[in-house]
Design a binder for this molecule. Structure first.
Ligand code: PMT
Length: 221
C-alpha cells in the first residue's frame, strides 16, 4: 500500500543504554535515554514494518504496535537481538557498553576503609559487528550509529568499514550538543554512495527521515 511501504517487512531496532553489573546493586551505564531508538521503532511501525525493539533500561513507555524486549546487559542485548532474527533490516541505536566487569560479585561489595575494590573489565560482544558479519541470515540492511565527540565523519566512516554494516548514522555527542538524553539530533547518513547531512531536528523527525530512506531502500526489492 502507498502509506505502508514496509508492510510484510521485519525489522529489529536496539535502543537505550546497557547496564553492566558490578554487584547485585551497582552497575556501569551511560547517558542514553532511548529516545532516538524508540522514535525509530515507532516510525518504522508507522510505515507498516513488524518491529522488534530490543531495549536497555529506559524511562520510556513501550511503543504501541511494536514488540518490545527489555534487557539489561550487552550480553543479554546480543542474545535478544539474535533471538529476534530473521529480519529484513536491523538498526542499532543502542549505546551498548563497550566493557563489563569481568566477574560481577554475587554479594554486595562491602566498603572496607581504604581498601578499594579492584574492578577488572572485559570487552563486551559487539552486537552490530556480530550481526553485520553473519554468514547466514544476515539482514539485507544493517544500519549502525556512530556516537562521536571529534572528527565525526572521519571516525564514522572508519566504523562503517570496521563493523561492516551498510549504513552508519553519525551524530556528535559532545556534551554541549545534548544528543545523549536530549530531544534533538543532527545526523549524517553515511554509506557506500557518500554522506548526507540532515539539519538539526527533533529525534522524531530524524526517525521519520530515516524510516523513509529505509522504505526507499526496500522499494521494488
Ligand atoms: O538514547 P538517546 O538519549 O536518544 O541518544 C541517542 C544516541 C546518542 C545514543 C544514539 O543516537 C547513538 O548514537 N547510538 C549509538 C551509541 C553508541 O554506542 O555508539 P558507538 O559509536 O559507541 O557504537 C557504534 C555502533 O556499534 C552503534 O550502532 C552501537 O549500537 C553498536 N555497538 C557498540 C558496541 C557494542 N558492544 N555493540 C554494539 O552493537
Amino acid at each position: 500500500a502507498e502509506n505502508k511501504p514496509l508492510a510484510g517487512r521485519k525489522m529489529i531496532v536496539t535502543a537505550g543504554p546497557t547496564h553492566e553489573p558490578i554487584d547485585p546493586v551497582r552497575y556501569i551505564a551511560n547517558r542514553s535515554s532511548g529516545k532516538q531508538g524508540y522514535a525509530i521503532a515507532r516510525a518504522l511501525a508507522k510505515l507498516g514494518a513488524a518491529v522488534t525493539l530490543v531495549s536497555g533500561p529506559t524511562r520510556l513507555p513501550e511503543p504501541e504496535g511494536v514488540t518490545s524486549v527489555q534487557v539489561e546487559s550487552a550480553k543479554d542485548m546480543l542474545a535478544a537481538t539474535e533471538a529476534a532474527l530473521p529480519a529484513d533490516a536491523a538498526i542499532f541505536a543502542a549505546a551498548v557498553a563497550d566493557w563489563r566487569v569481568a566477574s560481577a560479585a554475587d554479594q554486595k561489595i562491602k566498603k572496607q576503609d581504604g581498601d578499594l575494590p579492584d574492578l577488572k573489565l572485559a570487552e563486551n560482544p559487539d552486537i552490530l559487528a556480530t550481526i553485520s558479519q553473519l554468514s547466514e541470515g544476515r539482514p539485507n540492511l544493517v544500519v549502525g550509529f556512530a556516537a562521536e565527540t571529534q572528527n565525526v565523519l572521519e571516525n564514522a566512516r572508519l566504523k562503517l568499514g570496521r563493523k561492516k554494516c551498510d549504513w552508519i548514522i553519525a551524530n556528535d555527542v559532545s556534551p554541549e550538543t545534548g544528543t545523549f538524553g536530549g530531544d534533538d539530533n543532527r545526523v549524517h547518513i553515511l554509506n557506500g554512495e557518500g554522506n548526507q547531512t540532515l539539519p538539526l531536528m527533533s529525534k522524531e523527525d530524524v526517525a521519520t527521515a530515516l524510516a523513509a530512506r529505509i522504505a526507499e531502500f526496500f522499494h521494488g526489492k
